[in-house]
Ligand binder design. Structure first.
Ligand code: ATP
Ligand code: MG
Length: 554
């Protein structure tokens, strides 16, 4: 894997967040810039998270600070080790490293609980016996204030007693909650006595059975930031309205540092959906073959599709960071992928829909080798020998028996160039009983070795090919967008917009011998076809399986 891009050393900050950080550093407000990426381990990361990872780890790197990886594991019902492992793998694959700074919100459960008792002691939090439904109903609306709970004015002693008994396991799930006592009439719903703790008799992956009360996101997040000395807590815009609450806890608790939250617009992409909850549904309902299905917008899916990590970083840099919501064209992501692969992917020859061609005047049993460029963009990549013989495969689409005008590829009586090899002319079309073309009989011109004619004649088409006796059979999977619409779900039903033709499996492909020796995850360009990646799945067939990096060439 290539090293991540070096930090920029000069120039204006690239976005408003880097501007804030840069101002803070210049004004001496922080010794070290500390950011964090705080995923909830309840699913695999997607390309939206990649934006956040590149922002948080990128800023830490650029300002010589550090970025923590913190699992926001406050909901034991949804969290799994598989997700924790995949998140670590994905962050590392993207080219970032947290070093010793791996944390869990659950590391702070003791401290969070003590601080909650402190708020109770100061009359700033109370135990509410209302049900979740009652709390929702009395919370008010965007235009109307909420109503006080009948339990709002309990004494400090009673609250402390009840909260301790909540913790002690005396009450069933949902019987009581701890709420911050702020302002039920606040125009900001988040300040209307938000729930801090709920009762949940559930085993936690990290703390086991120690706790039966768990803190909510709003209470856990800012305090975790403060404990870790996070200087800039970067999150997506939906948390903007939570910031006053974030600040309220920080102001009322004896926290060791005062982090500040800044919000940026989340990434939205056309033709896909960036929501863990929905992606989980696709996986659990079997609409895709798993979280890492190459059609998924997950980081693991894009990896399996052959997208290189530098392309995702380049994409994150190109789309930038702003405060305004927008939808980015999927094509912008593909552009970054092609840009990187064009520079780095080795070229190979492969035929996806093979048509047999016999060169009737080429000696039986003879093999020649032609040097083929590994990468015309990188001459230092050199050449490889590609075998040639009397029997070849050409792409079915490269032949037409009755070609329309402007079809310049192979047709009866017509001459074309086989890349790196010879000029050949189609002499005869062989069909089976059903009238299907099964073979072409052609002649080659021995004077055109290497692909150029001494008399200077030059066919309009140059075709790719593989030598039949040397070829390796392969399965190739072609991918299209996961959704047929640019804005899936606009009609109200996401599943109805799934693209039924998002995957096409071609089982009878033929690739040049060198392509059969590549390791899973290696990416190549099949000449004239596009970029492909060796799929790790060798269980379905004993043949090689390839995933097309993207279906449409720009
Ligand atoms: P989802 O909405 O997909 O379930 P989430 O916000 O619930 O995502 P978290 O694990 O809480 O997932 O997210 C971790 C971090 O990634 C958060 O800081 C969040 O703001 C950020 N993030 C999530 N989705 C996006 C996105 N589409 N674009 C940019 N950042 C995102
Ligand atoms: Mg979240």
């Amino acid at each position: 894997m290539a090293e991540p891009d070096p930090p920029p050393t000069t120039g204006e900050p690239a976005d408003f967040i880097r501007e804030i950080v840069s101002d803070d550093v210049r004004a001496g407000r922080h010794q070290t810039v500390v950011t964090r990426f705080p995923p909830e381990p309840n699913g695999y990361l997607h390309v939206g998270h990649a934006k956040s990872i590149c922002l948080n780890f990128g800023i830490a790197r650029e300002f010589g600070g550090r970025c923590h990886l913190r699992f926001d594991d406050t909901n034991p019902l949804k969290e799994e080790q598989e997700y924790i492992d995949s998140i670590k793998e994905d962050v590392r694959w993207l080219g970032f490293e947290w070093g010793e700074h791996l944390y869990n919100a659950s590391d702070y459960f003791d401290q969070l609980y003590q601080w909650a008792e402190l708020l109770v002691g100061q009359g700033l939090a109370y135990v509410d016996d209302q049900s979740a439904d009652q709390i929702r109903e009395t919370r008010g609306t965007l235009t109307e204030g909420g109503r006080d709970s009948p339990y709002r004015n309990r004494s400090v002693e009673e609250n402390l007693d009840l909260f301790r008994r909540m913790r002690g396991g005396e009450f069933p799930d949902g019987a009581r909650v701890l709420r911050a006592k702020i302002d039920m009439a606040s125009p900001n719903i988040n300040l209307r006595d938000p729930v801090m703790y709920r009762i949940l008799h559930a085993r936690h992956p990290m703390t086991g059975d120690k706790w039966c009360v768990y803190p909510g996101y709003d209470y856990a997040h800012g305090q975790s930031d403060a404990i870790e000395g996070i200087t800039h807590s970067l999150c997506t815009l939906e948390f903007e309205d939570h910031r006053p609450l974030y600040d309220w806890f920080i102001e009322h608790l004896p926290v060791p540092s005062r982090p500040r939250q800044y919000e940026f617009a989340r990434l939205n992409l056309t033709y896909t959906v960036l929501s863990k909850r929905f992606l989980l549904r696709l996986v659990s309902e079997g609409r895709v073959r798993g979280w890492d299905d190459p059609r998924m917008p997950t980081i693991s899916g894009l990896r399996r599709r052959g997208f290189p990590p530098e392309a995702l970083r380049q994409f994150a840099e190109a789309i930038g960071v702003a405060k305004r919501e927008s939808v980015v064209e999927y094509a912008a992501l593909e552009h970054a992928v092609r840009d990187v692969l064009n520079r780095t992917a080795a070229r190979k020859m492969a035929v996806l829909r093979p048509l047999r061609v016999v060169l009737t005047n080429y000696p039986e049993g003879r093999t020649e080798e032609f040097p083929a460029l590994n990468n015309p963009e990188a001459p230092s990549a050199g050449t490889r020998p590609v075998p040639f013989s009397r029997t070849l495969y050409l792409e079915r689409d490269d032949f037409m028996e009755d070609p329309p005008r402007k079809f310049y590829r192979l047709a009866p009586g017509r001459e074309v160039r086989l890349r790196y090899a010879y000029l050949i002319t189609c002499q005869e079309v062989v069909k089976d009983a059903a009238g299907r073309i099964v073979e072409l009989r052609c002649t080659y011109d021995p004077a055109t070795r290497g692909g150029s004619a001494p008399d200077g004649r030059s066919p309009r088409a140059t075709l790719h090919w593989v030598s039949a006796p040397h070829a390796v059979r392969a399965e190739v999977r072609l991918y299209e967008h996961l959704f047929r619409q640019a804005d899936p779900g606009a009609g109200g039903d996401l599943l109805a917009d799934l693209n039924p033709r998002s995957e096409e499996v071609l089982a009878e492909c033929q690739v040049e011998p060198g392509a059969g020796r590549l390791a899973p995850g290696e990416r190549v360009q099949f000449e004239r076809l596009g970029y492909f990646c060796v799929d790790p799945d060798r269980t379905a067939t004993l043949r090689d399986a390839w995933a097309k990096v993207q279906a449409r060439e720009g």
